[in-house]
Design a protein around this ligand. Structure first.
Ligand SMILES: Nc1ncnc2c1ncn2[C@@H]1O[C@H](COP(=O)(O)OP(=O)(O)OP(=O)(O)O)[C@@H](O)[C@H]1O
Ligand SMILES: [Mg+2]
Length: 407
């Protein structure tokens, strides 16, 4: 600060209510110095003796965006006039739509309303068509997007091929679990809508065919208001931030060739981040279920976030097992799974063949996250959570913590 010249108009403004989330509370405000404004947030924690301390100082738009990310749990804030809070927060993060700020404050109804309004505005000022989302199609979800709009639309299919054994109600339950759980920066928030109308002429025919085939119960096409324009009405829908599916992102690096240093770095970073994402989920008692690359996406900030929730379980409900030793030659030679597998059984040793077909990916993964293939890793975390130890996942780099070394 000593290098900064203080102007005549020097102020520090803070919102009078604290922002609560998990075990922390945040003071949120901005420093005004002449024409310069710097947003800041101060996380307050308490130590084992109940004493309060400021854990870090977060400055600037990027730090705040991270704190208010769609992949984090909502804040609890006592606000007399929420719109005034939103207006102030918007001055700290001008690029964040108001809808997202309402959502981050737990005011989902207003968030949804504003989101839909923004969406209609976007439709009015664009001409492209909804299409089946790029990537590997889901077995339980039918996903579509509009190229010019950074979100995806997900509907639950009417039936699911084996080995999926689930129901519409169960899937809704999993999405709700994610909505109410700490998303630790690693699970995308979803907005849930029913009876959503879109203009028919903006839909690709292939997409209509796809919905007719896989989710006919969810589709109605009609001219409700009788103005000669047909509408596509989707009964139930989740909307979520679009990311680049990790399988596509990795494929890009492979296509360039890993001998290219930048492609190699792209691969390396995403593999490391992928493992970090799983470990953050583990810290929050979430077992993602289906850990294939296609079920994770990479955000604009290069963070890896999970988005496929239908097989999510609490870690503490899973039964982590070692693959049993074969008792005879027949079992040993069997290409099939010869041992009995319960519904909550998980065999971490068997993740490798699905994930690590590429040698370069395998090398990076084993160097940084080999422990994820070890049953002991999962078992220890399960026991730790059962014993009541909940790890902290900070919405800022742990290096930023004032007493980092001491903790
Ligand atoms: N937020 C997102 N951003 C970008 N693409 C997405 C997003 N969510 C889903 N997709 C795309 O849609 C596909 C299917 O989505 P999702 O994995 O949620 O469905 P699913 O039916 O649960 O999949 P699975 O068959 O793996 O269980 C993904 O593989 C991905 O290509
Ligand atoms: Mg999937």
């Amino acid at each position: 600060l000593d290098k900064v010249r203080l102007r005549a108009n020097f102020q520090i403004q803070v919102l009078s209510s604290l922002f609560f989330r998990n075990k922390g509370a945040y003071v949120v405000g901005k420093i005004i110095n002449g024409f310069n404004e710097v947003p800041f947030a101060l996380p307050i924690l308490h130590d084992d003796d109940g004493r309060l301390f400021i854990d870090a100082a977060l400055f600037g738009e990027d730090d705040l965006q991270m704190l208010f990310s769609f992949a984090r749990a909502y804040f609890m804030v006592d606000m007399e006039v929420p719109s005034a809070y939103v207006q102030f927060l918007r001055s700290l993060m001008p690029r964040k739509p108001r809808a997202e700020i309402y959502n981050a404050l737990g005011l989902a109804k207003q968030g949804k309303t504003l989101f839909y309004r923004d969406f209609l505005y976007h439709l009015k000022h664009s001409t492209d068509k909804f299409r089946i989302a790029p990537g590997i199609k889901g077995m339980v979800m039918l996903v579509f997007d509009l190229p010019s709009f950074p979100f995806v639309f997900k509907l639950i299919k009417d039936y699911f091929p084996p080995p999926k054994e689930t129901t519409r109600e169960q899937i809704k339950g999993k999405y709700l679990l994610v909505k109410q759980h700490d998303r630790v920066g690693r699970m995308a928030d979803t907005l849930e809508y029913s009876e959503v109308a879109f203009p028919r002429e903006r839909f690709d025919d292939a997409l209509i065919t796809e919905i007719e085939k896989f989710a006919p119960s969810q589709l109605e096409i009609s001219d409700r208001d009788g103005d000669g324009h047909q509408e596509v009405i989707i009964k139930h829908l989740y909307i979520e931030r679009r990311m680049i599916p990790l399988n596509i992102y990795l494929q890009e690096a492979f296509d360039t060739g890993l001998s290219d240093p930048r492609a190699h770095q792209q691969m390396e970073r995403s593999v490391i981040e992928y493992g970090n994402a799983i470990k953050d989920l583990v810290a929050a008692n979430i077992f993602p279920g289906d850990m294939l690359w296609k079920n994770f996406g990479i955000t604009r900030n290069g963070k890896v976030v999970f988005y496929d929730y239908d097989e999510i379980e609490y870690l503490t409900d899973c039964n982590f097992r070692r693959v049993p030793t074969p008792r005879n030659e027949e079992e040993e030679m069997s290409g099939e799974v010869w041992y009995t597998v319960g519904p909550h059984d998980v065999f971490p040793e068997t993740f490798g063949p699905f994930l690590l077909g590429n040698d370069a990916v395998r090398a990076v993964f084993m160097q940084h996250h080999g422990d994820l293939l070890d049953v002991a890793f999962w078992q220890q975390h399960k026991e730790r959570i059962q014993a009541g130890h909940v790890y902290d996942v900070f919405p800022y780099d742990p290096e930023r913590r004032f007493h980092h070394a001491a903790h």
